[in-house]
Design a binder for this molecule. Structure first.
Ligand code: F0G
Length: 458
């Protein structure tokens, strides 16, 4: 008999979690104004809000914490991190930052000017925020197929090369760089193929436009290249990563995802002049250039995490669990962005709560229902997160309205996946009875989803 699949690690330390009653959850959700960001973590049974900073570090990462060098300047921990980034990505200039958005803030402070245009395959919200806050424009050039959640394609995170060419052609001299996000979080943790990475870089370079890779989930992207793209099955993850970055000019990294640390990030660059420029913003925003917002011990754990999580077994365990949850949802007929992504399942709320009009935020409503059902905290990646158009102030209803079931790395077991799927099925089975959504009572002018206050209609 063939041996079944099992995790490539065992558990050394556990953290108790607690179920709650429906009555408790009703009260807590009302107090949180129907916004799960406002819940206390102890009011949550299974937390799928994000895979960012929520992973479990390995024994070796913890061991590295003890070796941290906390010197203000020139710490050995910095050089350890720098060496790992050079080895994996070929980026010779490194600035550590406290997380991914800080890397964006430092680099974009140097690169982005008012009126610039920055194309990308579905910029993450902080990335877009940092562009728009500088009165520049982020233009999405993701393939159209990404918008059809039921279409089964291996690389739905890809760039539409023709759309990109048009943007570059229309804005000659006004595009400081292009952002290539791997995996493409916003459209469902969907990967970008090696072929597409190369074509994107080649096209940008033919217009003299550098490419910045938003690398939060680069290792998961490499896993999908290995398992889905022709010609890569026999290559190691580290070899694939090196090839992904061969033509890139720089990277911003949220190390809270694929480097499996609770906090951390960095900028990697190939151009000395970018390093010199970004350095000037690192010092006032983040700190001196050899720590830039990080402890020495955390840089050590980050370096170790990068090394570990670019090994096949670690990634296979992770992606297998996400695919397992997807297979349970398939059993129950629940529609989600297909195929299952790297870090999460994105349930298509428009299709589940099809009686609720856009104006009443179906995905936000489904997020509330899932919490009420079982204390599971998911995250709306839909009309609420899309914010308003900065010029017209209209709600942006043009994109997808999804509920993200985001799986922290090395944290939950497949039994937890069973609970999540069962809870989703229970909500799905009573979907006909959910006819009204939510209405906004108060919202912030930018990134409203974190703090928005809602009321439940009906
Ligand atoms: N880029 C991508 C693709 C991201 O997914 C994130 C964060 C960032 C940049 C910013 O990094 O959080 O370290 O400042 N995504 C988290 C999420 C928050 O839940 O998807 P950060």
């Amino acid at each position: 008999m063939e041996l079944p699949f099992a995790e490539s690690w065992k558990i050394k330390m556990v953290e108790p979690i607690r179920r709650s009653t429906l009555e408790e959850r009703r009260k807590w959700l009302a107090e949180a104004h129907y916004n799960v960001f406002q819940l206390k973590a102890e009011q949550v049974y299974i937390d799928l809000l994000t895979d960012s900073g929520t992973g479990a570090m390995s024994d070796r990462q913890w061991a590295e914490m003890m070796l941290g060098d906390e010197s203000y300047a020139g710490a050995t921990s910095f050089y350890k991190l720098e060496a790992m980034i050079k080895r994996l990505f070929g980026m010779n200039y490194v600035i550590p930052t406290h997380q991914g958005r800080a890397a964006e803030n430092v680099l974009f402070s140097y690169l982005v000017k008012e009126g610039n245009v920055i194309p990308g395959n579905a910029h993450f919200d902080t990335t877009k925020g940092h562009i728009e806050a500088r009165k520049a424009k982020a233009i999405d050039v993701t393939v159209d197929e990404a918008r059809d959640t039921q279409l089964e394609l291996p690389f739905k995170g890809n760039v539409n090369i023709e759309k990109l060419r048009q943007v570059l052609e229309d804005n000659k001299g006004n595009v400081p760089f292009m952002v290539l996000t791997v995996t493409n979080n916003t459209v469902g943790g969907q990967p970008v193929s090696m072929e597409n990475i190369k074509a994107t870089c080649a096209l940008c370079h033919s217009y003299g436009v550098p490419v910045v890779m938003d690398s939060a989930r680069f290792a998961e992207n490499a896993y999908f290249i290995k398992t889905r793209e022709k010609g890569f099955a026999d290559r190691t993850i580290k070899e694939i990563v090196a090839e992904m970055y061969t033509d890139a000019d720089a990277m911003t990294m949220s190390a809270k995802k694929d480097a499996i640390v609770n906090m951390g990030g960095f900028i990697g660059m190939k151009r000395k002049e970018w390093y010199e420029g970004a350095k000037l913003f690192c010092i006032p925003f983040e700190g001196y250039v050899t720590y830039g917002g990080m402890n020495g011990r955390d840089m050590n754990a980050l370096a170790r995490g990068l090394d570990e999580n670019t090994e096949f077994d670690m990634l296979h365990t992770r992606i297998h669990q996400v695919a397992y949850l997807a297979s349970k949802l398939d059993e129950y007929g629940i529609p989600y962005q297909r195929p299952a992504g790297g870090h999460a399942i994105f349930v298509d709320a428009d299709k589940v709560l099809d009686r609720i009009p856009k104006e009443e935020f179906p995905a936000q409503t489904l997020t509330c229902e899932l919490y009420l059902e079982a204390g599971i905290r998911a995250c709306e990646i839909g009309y609420m997160l899309a914010d308003r158009d900065p010029v017209t102030r209209e709600n942006r209803f043009g994109g997808l309205d999804l509920v993200r079931l985001c799986i922290p790395r090395r944290v939950y077991t497949d039994n937890h996946m069973n609970v999540i799927a069962a809870a989703m099925k229970n909500v799905y089975d009573r979907r006909e009875t959910i006819t009204r959504g939510v209405a906004i009572e108060w919202e912030a002018p930018l990134m409203r989803h974190f703090t928005v206050q809602l009321k439940r209609l009906g």
